[in-house]
Design a protein around this ligand. Structure first.
Ligand code: IFM
Length: 440
């Protein structure tokens, strides 16, 4: 790596991230069905209809995986808790085996000197709650508060940090407007309701965790840098709208108690009654903000229905999943988030990394492209630190290759290679390079 731990402030933390459905093996351990199981079982939604039934079998290989984190010299492990593993029907009965698993995970991290950073929801909504309308139903805020209480009453006292919901844009827009993720809806009214209820649930969850006396609570948002396709005012307007519903909507809700005007032109008529009265809950103070960043998009206007725009391909080098590599976007979001919204709160890069078509050859994976991607992005993080932006940590997505949602098991995002037949883990060159850079 070009940079090492010593190039960052002394209290700067490095970590690796995963999520429950993507690695655990959801068919095991008494977890209930989720809307992802249903989505994946419906032809055309997921490559080869693959699902998270077995994934990386992390449920049974947790100790080996935690050793990888320790040996990689990471400080923090960002993981998520599956709602359907803990409460198989979403409400009511608790699966003791599921809660026990997360307790062993947290204790295993602490025993290894690692800081546990939990996210409560990384997309596995229990099927029974999806039947009731899922994120479209306002009641989800209280269902989620109850789930928060169950999980955090058990492990909240030992966590280093906690955040309610990973990537609200994906839960809302990607899943209800574009239909690319479960529940696969393409409906503007569903989208408006889901986007608002996600923030309401976020706020209720923060309230519950505060009530339990927990500290270091945050919110994790994903961002895509947007570039207008040309120099026309129409392209600028199109890009501003993309920026509005992707990058500004959730930050504005939490920190400015409002939603962007350009977004409300489309979503406004579909919002749930009384949404304006929910900002006391939505804007519950948080202690930090996490930024997940991967790429940028080029946006062109068109004469189609709202939002009147579409993406066009860009010229930059791309990752295995076709995402342009644009490290400057990470710096831009750190600066904008600090100056425009969080105004001094600690920021963490909670996800950054690349998919690459890695191949295991003679027991080794030479992922030089990933090392370069990490070098470039870490350099932007360092620049932000040098400029006085309070960035306090950088976590790589992902510790290991895993289930990449609608793209199945093809994209490899891991620092550690997983053979999905034998389930053998092999640290890649990027893992070894990072371990050397992070050694104390
Ligand atoms: O794999 C996902 C993760 O679940 C959420 N953030 C982006 C990653 C890469 O697509």
């Amino acid at each position: 790596m070009n940079l090492t731990r010593r190039d960052f402030p002394a209290d700067f933390l490095f970590g690796a991230a995963t999520s429950s459905y993507q690695i655990e093996g959801h068919a095991q351990g008494g977890a209930g069905k989720t809307h992802w199981d249903n989505f994946a079982a419906t032809p055309g939604n997921v490559v080869r209809a693959e699902n998270g039934d077995r994934a990386c079998d992390h449920l049974n290989r947790m100790d080996e995986d935690l050793d990888l984190l320790k040996d990689g010299n990471f400080d923090v492990y960002r993981f998520s808790t599956s709602w359907a593993r803990v409460m198989p029907e979403g409400r009511g009965a608790v699966n003791a085996e599921g809660l026990d698993f997360y307790e062993r995970l947290v204790d295993g991290l602490l025993e290894r000197g690692l800081k546990p950073a939990a996210t409560l929801y990384h997309w596995e909504l229990p099927s029974q709650l999806a039947d009731l309308g899922g994120w479209r139903n306002r009641d989800i805020a209280n269902w989620f508060a109850d789930f928060t209480e169950v999980v955090m009453s058990r492990i909240g006292d030992r966590l280093w940090s906690a955040a309610p919901i990973n990537e609200p844009w994906c839960v809302g827009w990607l899943s209800h407007f574009l239909g690319h993720h479960a529940p696969g809806m393409r409906d503007i009214r569903a989208t408006a309701r889901a986007m608002h209820h996600i923030l309401l649930a976020h706020g209720r969850s923060i309230q519950v965790m505060r009530g339990l006396g927990m500290k270091n609570l945050g919110a994790v948002f994903n961002f895509e840098y947007v570039t207008p396709a040309d120099a026309t005012p129409e392209a600028a307007e199109a890009a501003a709208l993309y920026d509005g519903y992707y990058n500004r909507f959730f930050l504005s809700g939490v920190f400015n108690r409002s939603y962007p005007e350009n977004v409300m032109k489309g979503l406004g008529p579909h919002m749930p009654n009384g949404w304006q009265d929910d900002f006391d809950t939505i804007s519950e103070p948080v202690d930090w903000v996490g930024l997940n960043y991967y790429t940028r998009k080029i946006i062109a206007p068109d004469s189609g229905p709202w939002p009147h725009h579409h993406e066009v391909p860009g010229p930059l080098p791309k990752t295995q999943v076709g995402w342009e590599i644009f490290p400057d976007g990470l710096y831009a979001f750190l600066k904008r988030t600090h100056e425009g919204y969080t105004r001094g709160l600690p920021l963490y890069v909670t996800e950054n990394g690349m998919a690459h078509a890695d191949r295991l050859v003679d027991g080794q994976v030479n992922d030089a492209a990933r090392i370069e991607y990490l070098n470039e992005h870490m350099a932007r993080v360092k620049r932000a630190c040098d400029d006085g932006i309070p960035v306090k940590g950088y976590f790589v997505w992902s510790l290991m290759d895993n289930y990449e949602w609608a793209l199945g098991y093809d994209p490899r995002f891991g620092l550690v290679h997983v053979d999905f037949d034998s389930l053998q883990r092999t640290p890649k060159a990027s893992y070894h390079a990072l371990a050397a850079a992070l050694a104390r």
